[in-house]
Design a binder for this molecule. Structure first.
Ligand SMILES: O=c1[nH]c(=O)c2[nH]c(=O)[nH]c2[nH]1
Length: 296
């Protein structure tokens, strides 16, 4: 019996990088938050303080910035694959890497009806995300989005649930349905047009949210994941996390007004949290680690 070192990884978290492409006067920008984690033969570092395999996190950060200069960043999946393969291919004792990237969106500021060449506005909190895992010569990509806020002002019901002595919720066949979508989808391979796939999956899930007459957010979740996967054979599964952003009807009877589903109080907490995986039944489960979930 003894005490040993268990699984571990280390890296630089949240390297904020803004890159400006100045090839023409009409600039483009990429605004990223990049985290790297390396794994491998790191027992020495933990057991005896032998740092011979510890590529410093400071070097990992510098590599992110240098790679952005050496070649165009491109799609976040390409950038993450490039970084991960570099660390595993060049750092002694490093056999695995996980690169997480969030991309912030900027839009051109309209001036006289057209987008300005070099002035931008952050129009939404929504982020595009990727989590790339390099394991030896294997690469796994899980991409997604977070904080995409959506609302339906009708076409949502919730009834037929069990009632007990603690139940106060009234059944409804017309309510507001609102959520902030976090979605992660796992690709079956890396031969993908990342930008096109992202745009299409996002649009397809939005369309499913809009057109599903929802009997619960759970049903909307399944329909959103299913629609994306039906269109995208390159995707093995879609994981969704959907906070139910409750809108409560305000009681206006006290002042003699009938509230016909028009005036709501938007609560920020607590919120229902509806989560699930929509998957192909013939594809094997992937390790949790690929989804950039906490592991320790
Ligand atoms: O769509 C919903 N799903 C639930 O599980 C739930 N629970 C609840 O109180 N309201 C709702 N709405």
């Amino acid at each position: 019996m003894g005490i040993v070192m268990g699984p571990n990884q280390y890296g630089k978290a949240e390297v904020r990088i803004v890159s400006v492409n100045r090839d023409t006067p009409r600039h483009t920008i990429k605004d990223l938050n990049v985290s790297s984690s390396l794994r491998g033969d790191l027992d020495g570092a933990h057991l005896t303080g032998d740092n011979s395999n510890v590529l410093p996190t400071d070097t990992q950060k510098n590599t992110v910035y240098a790679f952005a200069k050496e070649a165009p960043i491109g799609e976040i999946e390409e950038f993450a694959l490039r970084l991960g393969r570099h660390f595993v291919g060049t750092a002694d004792g490093i056999t695995g890497a996980r690169i997480l990237i969030d991309e912030y969106s900027w839009e051109r500021i309209p001036v006289g009806g057209t987008g300005h060449d070099h002035s931008f506005a952050r129009s939404t909190d929504e982020k595009r995300t990727t989590a790339v895992t390099i394991d030896g010569d294997q690469a796994h990509v899980v991409s997604g989005l977070k904080d995409l806020i959506v609302l339906k002002s009708t076409g949502s019901e919730f009834w037929g649930y069990p009632k007990d002595k603690y139940t106060t919720l009234s059944e409804t066949n017309d309510r507001i349905l609102a959520t902030a979508v976090t979605a992660r989808w796992r690709y079956l391979h890396t031969d993908v047009d990342w930008g096109k796939s992202f745009e299409s999956i996002r649009a397809t899930m939005l369309e499913a949210f809009a057109t599903t007459h929802s009997l619960a957010l759970q049903q909307s979740l399944y329909e959103m994941g299913k629609a994306a996967m039906e269109k995208h054979p390159e995707v093995a599964e879609v994981r969704l996390s959907l906070p139910n952003k409750h809108h409560f009807l305000v009681d206006l009877e006290y002042c003699g007004l009938e509230n016909n589903n028009e005036v709501f109080f938007a609560a920020d907490r607590p919120y229902g949290l509806i989560e699930g995986v929509v998957k192909r039944d013939d594809v094997e489960e992937a390790p949790q680690a690929w989804y950039s979930l906490p592991q320790f």
